[in-house]
Structure formats: C-alpha cells, structure tokens
Ligand binder design. Structure first.
Ligand code: EPU
Length: 354
C-alpha cells in the first residue's frame, strides 16, 4: 500500500477544480482497505472516499485521508430464467460497464448510458436517467466498515434508495438519517456492486426525448443497443462532456411539492414544467425554474450556468484558469436565492461539497 502526499486532485474531479489531497491511498483491493485500517498512522485519521469525482465540489485541500477506489473487474455472476446478475468492481467506469453488459448480451442498463462516474458511486446517489434508476437494476453490494474494517453486504432495502438518495448520503447522527436513523455517510467504502438485469428484457420508453428519436427514425420497437445509441446522442446534445467543459452533471435535485403548492404556483406561473408522481406529490423541473429566473448562460467568476441545460453548472475557466469550489458555491447560492424569491422553493444541491 502506497500513501502519497500532496496529490493534485484536478484530474480526479470532473469540475477540474484545483485542490490537493494531503494524503491519498490507492485502494485496488479489499486487502488495501484492510491494510490502511490496520496502519497505526492512518487508522484514526478521518477518511474521504473518492470515486470518479463526478459528484463533488472541492472547496479546498482535502485534509481527511483520501481513499481512491480503484477496485476493478466485471463478471457475470449467474444467469437464470429470471435474469442476469452482473458484478463490477467499485472503481470501474460506469459507462464502460453499461457498454460491456450490452456487448455481452446482458441488456437492462442502456437508459443509464453515458452517466459520468464510477460503479461504486452509482448506488450512493442512486443514479437515474430516462425512466430508470439504479435501484431498478440493483441486486446487492459489498462494502467495508471504515471504523472496524469488517466487510458487509447490503441488499436494496438496506440501501434505503430514494430519488438521488441512499443510506450512504445520511449520517446516523443527522435528523435526516435513513430508516431508524441508520446512516452510513463517511462510514463505509463500497467495494463491489451487483446488478440484476431481468428477463425478458423490456424497453423503458416514454420520455419525450426518446419519443422524438422514435418518430425521427421510424423505429417503433427499438432494441437495447438502439436505446443506448439514442441516449448517448441525447446526452451528448444537451449535457456538457466533462472532458471538454468541467461539470458535475445536474447540480440541483428536481424538487417535490404538494399538489396544493403546485396549484398555487401554476396560478402565478402557468408554464411551469411539472410531473405528477405515483404518491400524489408533484415533481418540478429545477432546470426550468432556474431558466425562468434568467440564469441560463450566466456566470459568477469562472462558474457558469450551462447554456443548453440550466441545471448544470460548469467550469468556464478550463484547466488553465479553473473555477474554484468557492465560485461554484457562490453561484449555486445566488441561484437558490433567486428561485426561492420567485417560486418559494429551496433547491437542494446534488454534489457533495468537500
Ligand atoms: N428545462 C428548461 N430549461 C432548462 C433545462 C430544462 O426549461 O434549462 C425543462 C425541459 O424543457 C424539460 C424539463 O425542464 O421540460 C426537464 O428537463 P430534462 O428532460 O433535461 O431533465 P431534467 O429534469 O433537467 C433529469 C435528471 C438528469 C437526467 C434527465 C433525463 C435530475 C436532477 N436530473 O434532468 O440527470 O439525465 O432527467 O432523465 O434528476 C444528473 O443527475 O446528473 C442528470 C443529468
């Protein structure tokens, strides 16, 4: 196990923010975690688990010991009449896993193509796009308790998935702790994730962008590869590629309001984009709210609002003169204030602020 000091993190976060890890350990296996936890010097240090860095805002050098997860491997665990179980190491790139499953004849993850980040981060925020959330394809995961070094396995119920949410985003101490105040934020390192891809495969359609592709192409019964290709095209057209323009995907969650609140807002703002949820509540499009407040294309310092999708904040300074975490958060707060003043809704940011 190699402990590196003063490691530049600019290549390890998709915003391209400049910061250093004061100490960093590359975790390539479960044994590396065990070794780090047994090391007298590292044992008691606070720890920060870093995956693909696609959902973080670094506001300074990272003082906790950074555990950079690089556990690799992809395999078919089992196949039955009900479906396929596929396992991947937490350090695998998410999109490469999706591509690999399709190439090997295990469809089901195609709607989640091109989401930046690693496999290990995917359950933390329960990634989702175009009608599929990770929880819909999740089997179980292996993790290590960072206090005791004990490995453990969680099923879907134990992960307490919600919209862009899981047990890994809550601390037991916080009032928002998961079920019975059970939270694992900062307490666990995910090592492997298993996915259940059901048979028979069924296309998940019904999103306006996909409908448009069906109409344009005349393909009415797309296969998984076709959906994958469409999703890649849709995302490339409206979301910035982090390799070209630094960003962390959607910066805010789509807020949920009661039908009464929604009716009240619609009276004032008849064009508001909203979707009725199964539980009777209403989800509002945060991108629309931000856009309606005139933020699209605007900047504060080198932090900008992407001009094709107001939900995405970007690094306008590139790698030569990169945005700072402070600038990103100043812009985020200014957006929250104007959306609150106009609509009475407090937007919640998605990335973890470090
Ligand atoms: N809209 C605007 N202006 C904007 C952006 C959006 O008016 O600047 C409107 C759109 O016209 C549309 C609505 O808002 O009517 C929703 O926009 P879109 O379909 O682009 O989806 P979204 O709600 O903004 C969510 C996810 C994305 C995911 C897409 C597709 C969240 C926070 N974001 O975006 O996830 O790819 O749906 O399923 O739930 C991510 O999490 O990083 C992410 C990109």
């Amino acid at each position: 196990m190699l402990v590196e000091k003063n490691v530049p993190l600019q290549p390890s976060n998709t915003f391209g923010i400049v910061a250093k890890a004061l100490r960093l350990v590359h975790v390539r296996s479960e044994a590396d975690v065990a070794e780090a936890l047994q090391d007298a010097d590292l044992q008691s240090a606070p720890k920060f688990v870093l995956g693909g860095g696609s959902n973080i805002v670094l506001t300074g050098d990272v003082k906790p010991l950074v555990l950079k997860v690089e556990i690799m491997g992809k395999r078919l665990v089992s196949e039955s009449a009900r479906g396929w179980v596929v396992e991947a190491g937490a350090g695998e790139n998410w999109h490469e896993l999706v591509t690999w499953t399709l190439q090997n004849g295990y469809p089901g993850l195609e709607n989640l193509a091109l989401i930046p980040g690693t496999v290990g981060a995917s359950p933390v925020q329960n990634i989702g796009a175009y009608g599929v959330e990770l929880q819909d394809r999740f089997d179980s995961l292996d993790a290590v308790d960072l206090a005791t070094g004990q490995p453990f396995t969680l099923n879907a119920a134990q992960c307490a998935f919600g919209y862009r949410d899981s047990v890994f985003k809550h601390s037991a101490e916080s009032r928002s702790g998961g079920p019975q105040g059970f939270g694992l934020a900062g307490k666990a390192l995910i090592t492997r994730v298993r996915f259940f891809l059901p048979k028979p495969w069924k296309a998940v359609l019904g999103y306006a962008d996909i409908d448009k592709k069906m109409q344009q192409s005349g393909v009415t019964t797309p296969d998984a590869q076709q959906i994958y290709d469409w999703i890649c095209e849709i995302r490339r057209a409206k979301l910035p590629d982090p390799k070209v323009i630094g960003n962390a995907g959607s910066f805010f969650k789509n807020p949920t309001v009661s039908p009464e609140q929604c009716a009240d807002i619609i009276q004032r703002e008849p064009k508001i984009v909203h979707y009725l949820l199964a539980d009777g509540s209403v989800k509002l499009a945060a991108g629309w709210l931000i856009d309606a407040c005139g933020w699209k294309g605007k900047s504060i310092g080198n932090a900008g609002v992407y001009d094709k999708q107001a939900l995405v904040l970007v690094n306008r300074g590139g790698s030569a003169n990169p945005v700072t975490g402070g600038e990103v958060m100043t812009l985020a707060k200014a957006i929250q204030t104007s959306v609150y003043e106009r609509f009475g809704i407090l937007l919640e940011h998605e990335p973890v602020v470090v």
